[in-house]
Design a protein around this ligand. Structure first.
Ligand code: AMP
Length: 191
C-alpha cells in the first residue's frame, strides 16, 4: 500500500500529474475538487452544501470534506494505494486523514509538493479558465482568494508533514513530462 498526497497551490499541476501517476503506479486518484464538482453538477445534497464556498473561492468546511473523502476511500478499499489530490488542505483534515488511514492499518507514505511561483500560477489558472468552464478559474479576485486560503490554511501543512519526515518538494515548472519524471524519482525512492 502506497499513499501519496500531492500538495501544491491551485494551478500547480496536481490534477495533470495525477492523471499520469495513477496509471504508472496503479493508484486510485481522489481529487476532492472533482468530487465536489461532480456533486454540484448532479445537484446532490453535498453539492448544494459545497457550492457557495467553491463559488467564492473559499475552502469547503472540514466536516463536509472529511466525510466525503472517507466515503471515497471506502469505495476503493481493494486498491494498491491512493493518490490524494487537493486533500488534505487544512491541518485538521491532515489529522483526520492520519487517524482514518491508521484505523485501516495504512498511513500516508509521502507528501510531494509541486513548487511554483504565484504569479506564474495565476496566469496559468486564468488561461485554464478560458476552457475549463470553472467559474473559480475565470475571475482574478476569486483566484487570489484561493491563494489567500492556501496561504492561511494549507501552507502550514508543509510543517505538519516535515515533522513526520514525509515531505518532499519538486519543481513544478517545466514540461508535463519533466515534472512527471521528477515526481517519479521521489516515488521510486520510497520503496
Ligand atoms: P480544486 O479543484 O482542488 O482546485 O478545488 C476546487 C475547490 O473545491 C476549492 O477552491 C475548494 O472550494 C473546494 N475543495 C477542494 N478540496 C478541498 C478540501 N480538501 N478542503 C476544502 N475545500 C476543498
Amino acid at each position: 500500500m502506497i499513499n501519496i498526497v500531492l500538495f501544491g497551490k491551485p494551478g500547480a499541476g496536481k490534477g495533470t500529474q495525477a492523471d499520469f501517476l495513477k496509471g504508472k503506479y496503479n493508484l486510485t486518484h481522489i481529487s476532492t475538487g472533482d468530487v465536489f464538482r461532480y456533486n454540484i453538477k448532479n445537484e446532490t445534497e453535498l453539492g448544494k452544501q459545497a457550492k457557495a464556498f467553491m463559488d467564492a473561492g473559499d475552502l469547503v468546511p472540514d466536516s463536509l470534506t472529511i466525510k466525503m473523502l472517507q466515503d471515497e476511500v471506502e469505495k476503493h478499499t481493494g486498491t494498491a494505494g491512493f493518490l490524494f489530490d487537493g486533500f488534505p488542505r487544512t491541518v485538521h483534515q491532515a489529522e483526520a486523514l492520519d487517524a482514518f488511514l491508521i484505523s485501516k492499518g495504512w498511513e500516508v507514505t509521502a507528501t510531494i509538493a509541486l513548487e511554483a511561483d504565484d504569479e506564474v500560477l495565476v496566469q496559468r489558472l486564468l488561461e485554464r479558465g478560458k476552457t475549463s468552464g470553472r467559474p473559480d478559474d475565470q475571475d482574478e479576485a476569486l483566484i487570489r482568494n484561493r491563494y489567500q486560503e492556501y496561504n492561511h490554511k494549507t501552507a502550514p501543512l508543509a510543517d505538519f508533514y516535515k515533522n513526520q519526515k514525509k515531505f518532499y518538494e519538486v519543481d513544478g515548472i517545466g514540461s508535463i513530462q519533466e515534472v512527471t519524471e521528477r515526481l517519479s524519482l521521489v516515488i521510486d525512492s520510497l520503496n
